[in-house]
Design a protein around this ligand. Structure first.
Ligand code: NAD
Ligand code: DAU
Length: 330
């Protein structure tokens, strides 16, 4: 298999590239990535050059996308603007990358008859109340809250329309919150870990009651590879690892793991429109395609992630000051 991975220099995309080249020794991957503030070629360091090509470019560049799609068997489409807080300050890049980028990929896979797997998020379903016994399933109605999640919902609808109207061979997955190495320091867990490493206190939005359903990024990668190989065209699969935790507990656990007082954090202004709770029911993926997560011990996965940031200061330091400046202009 020769595949294109869009957004392969970002957090989840780069983890997928490393995982797939390790698990599928005969595959070749071409990464298409615009290297926005969130992309970093360092994330792809050390890969075998005979099995991996990096192309700097934008998913909205129809000519480039057409060429890469024509030369490969399939596309795994991760490239997106991914951070809710940024989408609240400046939504426009989210429309360009997440909607027009996906449209451009769809037109190329339609023209060349190639397979697409589209990466999406559980946020397209909106949020759940804390005491709601339900979890999101593939039947849950779309109800996105932020400009980010609205553009991801739009991209999912485009994929479904191209499958139904033009017979494009595509699958979609909607995953919950990822954690692990190479995540940008703007996101919750890396932000708190690097605040502590820099001698400052973690910052919890509002009361910290909001719940996220955490999954290790390597489990996300194994799920995507399973869907790419065994998924049925036109189907959507939810990816989750039963990892619901409220933000306050996660901050306390980070502090405790790093040898600090677990109550030594600050409450800061809440995110406007902040989704309360996400929770994934991944039964379809488990029963129909036989996938299961392996990183089910959150405390251990979090400890490894904290150690990765402690050991890789040179990787995150250049992003840190710029990120905190953006936050201070809120
Ligand atoms: P990220 O911000 O770390 O990386 C995004 C990557 O896409 C970067 O390398 C960036 O340079 C690239 N990119 C952005 N716009 C581009 C464009 N127009 N053309 C080419 N490249 C472009 O994001 P992430 O957290 O790794 O998320 C990757 C995907 O997974 C996104 O589609 C996101 O919606 C989805 N997702 C993320 C999570 C999560 O917890 N982070 C959970 C579920 C789904
Ligand atoms: O659910 C999947 C989604 O998870 C993905 O689609 C997004 O790309 C990804 O960014 C993530 O979205 P969230 O908004 O849930 O992630 P974030 O890391 O921004 O925040 C996680 C929670 O932590 C959320 O409730 C807000 C809170 N938070 C965040 C930051 C940055 C804080 O309390 N303090 C912070 O400093």
């Amino acid at each position: 298999m020769n595949i294109v991975v869009t957004g392969g220099a970002g957090f989840i995309g780069s983890n997928f590239v490393h995982y797939t080249l390790k698990e599928r020794p005969n595959w070749h991957i071409t990464v298409l990535d615009a290297l926005t503030y969130a992309g970093n070629e360092e994330n792809l360091r050390g890969l075998d050059p005979s099995r991996f090509t990096f192309v700097k470019g934008d998913t909205t560049d129809a000519e480039l996308v057409d060429k890469l799609v024509s030369e490969n068997d399939a596309v795994v489409h991760y490239a997106a603007e991914s951070h809710n807080d940024n989408s609240l300050k400046n939504p426009r890049p989210f429309l360009d990358s997440n909607i027009i980028g996906t449209y451009t990929i769809l037109e190329a896979v339609r023209k060349h008859g190639k397979r697409l797997h589209h990466i999406s998020t559980d946020e397209v379903y909106g949020d759940l109340e804390l005491d709601d016994p339900r979890r999101f399933t593939e039947q849950t109605a779309y109800n996105p809250s932020s400009p980010y999640s609205a553009t991801k919902a739009a991209s999912d609808h485009l994929v479904r329309a191209w499958v139904r109207s033009f017979g494009v061979q595509a699958t979609i997955s909607n995953c919950s919150n990822n954690y692990g190495p190479y995540q940008h320091v703007e996101k919750f867990i890396p932000r708190q870990v690097t605040e502590i490493l820099e001698g400052r206190r973690p910052k919890l939005y509002g009361k910290g009651e909001n719940v996220r359903d955490w999954i290790h990024t390597e489990d996300h990668s194994s799920a995507v590879l399973t869907i790419l190989e065994k998924g049925v065209s036109g189907e959507t699969y939810l990816i989750g690892a039963d990892g619901e935790k409220d933000n306050k507990s996660v901050v306390e656990l980070i502090l405790k793991t790093m040898g600090k007082n677990p109550t030594d954090y600050e409450h800061v202004s809440d995110r406007p429109g902040h989704d309360m709770r996400y929770a994934i029911d991944s039964s379809k993926l488990r029963t129909e395609l036989g996938w299961k997560p392996t990183f089910t011990d959150f405390e251990m996965g979090l400890k490894d992630t904290i150690n990765w940031y402690a050991d890789n200061e040179a990787w995150w330091k250049p992003q840190k000051e710029e990120t905190e400046q953006k936050y201070s202009k809120a």
